[in-house]
Ligand binder design. Structure first.
Ligand SMILES: *Cc1c(COP(=O)(O)O)cnc(C)c1O
Length: 398
């Protein structure tokens, strides 16, 4: 809790908070423990042996109102497989947002296609329709909206545009397990959706992923790509297509299946915490606000809480804020640099467009990760107190 003094913890004052924030992942629940041991004891660890991977894909697809799901090794491969299954060919262009994880570009490169990095909306930081429109060429094959931080991209205008131009839409749902857009679950709204179960995500087995698809044809192709080019229901050594072994394991599915039963409760908890931070920041009058959701958000899953500093920060100011907050016991994370500035992207075949929205966000926006958001909402007061100290110290430095 707040100490009486304004001496910053980094200058020897008492930190706002000494207690740790909740750990991520949360402790195993009894059903995870039971199922994990059952699989371990059975010896049926592979997806071709047991039934849990298939159950996970079916249950997740049903929740997402997508027709089909293909479990696989991670979210990066899920994007790659979705693009390939939708017919994206070498040389095709795929439009991706400028404020996102590197996998959105590297998956496109893996498919031999060209990432076209288009700017995001300067307020909500999701892919911007005007930027997509400007980035579209006759070679554009697909658009990849990302449901950033747990809030859905404003999909309807993007889906209308894609339909008009005959483009595929791959929804990146790596940060949005359980999110809804205009009352409909994400992942089943585009031609394909992708999920990650990597260790930082809202449902995790350390690693893992899923491709969601609407049509049986795309599903069959995605399944084949993940299963060494086999045909579903075909002979074991038939291999009509080129594919790879990209499968999830039954041990991973045993950790993930029970999570579906508690995901909603965790999302509610994070939403309550996020709301308390928003209220606290407003009440304290700090120059920090929550990054708003795009139109159409009906359930934000609060994978990350994105905080925007409303007074312009230099790079050095940003470093100071992070160090000051860390000393007060608040792990504030630096968000994404603009995607097109990463050497992996800048030195590739990618076409990088102007991205003032992502550039400003890289300076002004910081994140709280979901483990902080899993604390009791009353502890949001620590977030506000730590940010208050960092902001006042920043002003005093100027
Ligand atoms: C985590 C993430 C991915 C990649 O998932 P992995 O399972 O780590 O490969 C892709 N896109 C976004 C937006 C992510 O956050």
């Amino acid at each position: 809790m707040t100490s009486g003094t304004e001496t910053l913890a980094m200058d020897g004052g008492t930190p706002v908070r000494n207690r740790p924030w909740p750990a991520w992942p949360p402790p195993l629940d009894p059903e995870q423990r039971r199922l994990l041991l059952e699989v371990a004891d059975s010896g049926l660890w592979g997806a071709t042996q047991g039934e849990l991977c298939e159950q996970l894909a079916q249950r997740y697809a049903r929740r997402s109102a997508a027709g089909y799901g293909v479990p696989l090794g991670n979210g990066t491969l899920a994007l790659f497989v979705a693009l390939k299954a939708l017919g994206v060919e070498p040389g095709d262009e795929v439009i991706v947002p400028s404020y996102t994880f590197v996998a959105c570009a590297s998956s496109v490169l893996l498919a031999g296609a060209v990432p076209v990095v288009a700017d995001v909306d300067s307020e909500h930081l999701h892919l911007d329709l005007a930027a997509v429109r400007a980035a579209t060429t006759p070679r554009t094959a697909a658009i990849m909206p990302v449901h950033l931080a747990g809030s859905p991209a404003d999909l309807d205008p993007l889906l209308d545009f894609a339909a008009e131009r005959g483009l595929a839409v791959v929804e990146d749902c790596a940060q949005a397990h359980g999110a809804t857009y205009r009352g409909r679950p994400v992942g089943g709204l585009g031609d394909a959706g992708t999920v990650s179960f990597q260790s930082s995500k809202a449902m995790t087995a350390g690693e893992g992923g899923l491709v969601l698809c609407r049509s049986a044809e795309v599903f069959e192709r995605a399944w084949s790509l993940c299963n060494v080019g086999r045909r579903r229901g075909g002979a074991w050594y038939e291999h009509p297509e080129v594919g790879w072994n990209l499968r999830l394991t039954e041990l991973q599915a045993a950790l993930l299946l029970p999570w579906l039963d508690r995901l909603d409760a965790e999302l509610d908890r994070r939403n309550a915490f996020a709301a308390a931070v928003g209220d606290g920041l407003r009440a304290a009058g700090l120059p920090v606000s929550l990054v708003p959701q795009p139109p159409g958000t009906t359930r934000d899953t609060r994978h990350l809480l994105m905080l925007r500093f409303t007074e312009p920060l230099t790079a050095a100011d940003g470093e100071f804020v992070i160090a000051a907050a860390a000393a007060e016991g608040l792990p504030l994370a630096r968000g994404y640099p603009p995607l097109g500035t990463l050497p992996a992207v800048a030195n590739s075949s990618a076409r990088v467009l102007e991205a003032p929205g992502a550039q400003t966000a890289a300076r002004q926006v910081f994140w709280l990760t979901q483990s902080v958001l899993m604390a009791d909402p009353a502890e949001a007061a620590d977030v506000v107190a730590a940010l208050g100290r960092a902001c006042r110290a920043l002003r005093a430095r100027r």
